[in-house]
Write a protein that binds this ligand. Structure first.
Ligand code: G3P
Length: 230
C-alpha cells in the first residue's frame, strides 16, 4: 500500500458521495438518503437509460440538476479541442452545478486548460495512471477520475493508484480533487476513503451495500423482540 498519511492535512478531507448513474429514480433514492453530494454520468450510462438526441440529453442533465444540489458531471462526446470547448460551453450553460467531463487525451488536456482559464470546472475522466493524474491537475481540472474497478479488472490495484495520486497531490499542493470512479462494491468505497479520495462516485447498490451487516439485523431483531417485554 502507498498510503503516507503523514503528508495529509486529514482535517481537509471529508469524502463526498456522488452517484454514478443517469437513472433518475436511483438518483432520487440516493438523494432521499440525505448523503448525496453530486452525480457523475458518462455516455454508456446515458445510453443505458435510453437518452437519445442532443435536446433530450440536455434536458436529462437539467432533470438531474433539479434533483441534486451538487456537482453533476456531463461528458463531452467530441475528441478534438475546439468541438470539446463548444460542447462543454453548452453543457456548462445548463446549470451552475454542471462540471464538464473530458477524456484524458491530448486535446482533452488542452480543453481542460481552456475551461480552467475560462472559469468552467472539469472532471478529467478515463484516468489510469499517476502520470495522467499529474497532467490533469497541471491543466487545472477540478476533479480527476481514476477508474479503480477497471484497473482491478486488469489485475492491477486501483486503490493503490488512489493512494499514489493522493500522495502526489498532497506533496505537490495540487488542488484537483480525486474522484474515485468505476466503483464496483462497498469495499471499494471504504478503501477509497482510506486511501485519501476526496469523492467516491458509486452505483446505488454499492452505496446501499454500506448499510449491510448481519449483526445489525440480528441485533435489531432481538431489540424489537425484547421491546415487547417492556
Ligand atoms: O465512473 C466511471 C464508471 O461509470 C465506469 O464504471 O463499472 O463501467 O467501469 P465501470
Amino acid at each position: 500500500m502507498f498510503f503516507d498519511l503523514s503528508t495529509f492535512d486529514t482535517k481537509s478531507i471529508s469524502m463526498k458521495f456522488f452517484i454514478d448513474t443517469a437513472n433518475l429514480s436511483h438518483i432520487q433514492e440516493a438523494a432521499d438518503l440525505g448523503i448525496l453530494d453530486g452525480v457523475t454520468t458518462n455516455p454508456s450510462l446515458m445510453a443505458k437509460e435510453g437518452v437519445k438526441g442532443k435536446d433530450n440529453i440536455l434536458k436529462h442533465y437539467e432533470a438531474i440538476c433539479q434533483i441534486v444540489d451538487g456537482d453533476v458531471s456531463a461528458e463531452v462526446l467530441s475528441t478534438d479541442m475546439d468541438s470539446m470547448i463548444a460542447e462543454g460551453k453548452e453543457l456548462a450553460a445548463i446549470h451552475t452545478n454542471i462540471v464538464v467531463k473530458v477524456p484524458m487525451i491530448k486535446d482533452g488536456v488542452k480543453a481542460i486548460k481552456w475551461f480552467s482559464d475560462n472559469g468552467i470546472r472539469t472532471n478529467c475522466t478515463l484516468v489510469f495512471s499517476a502520470g495522467q493524474a499529474i497532467l490533469a491537475a497541471k491543466a487545472g481540472a477540478a476533479y480527476v477520475s481514476p477508474f479503480i474497478g477497471r484497473i482491478d479488472d486488469s489485475s492491477w490495484d486501483g486503490i493503490e493508484l488512489i493512494g499514489q495520486i493522493a500522495h502526489i497531490y498532497s506533496v505537490q499542493g495540487f488542488s484537483t480533487e480525486i474522484l474515485a470512479a468505476s466503483i464496483r462494491n462497498p469495499l471499494h468505497i471504504v478503501r477509497s476513503a482510506e486511501a485519501g479520495a476526496h469523492v467516491c462516485t458509486c452505483p446505488l447498490d454499492s452505496i446501499l451495500g454500506l448499510l449491510k451487516h448481519p449483526l445489525t439485523d440480528i441485533g435489531l431483531a432481538k431489540f424489537l423482540e425484547d421491546a415487547k417485554k417492556m
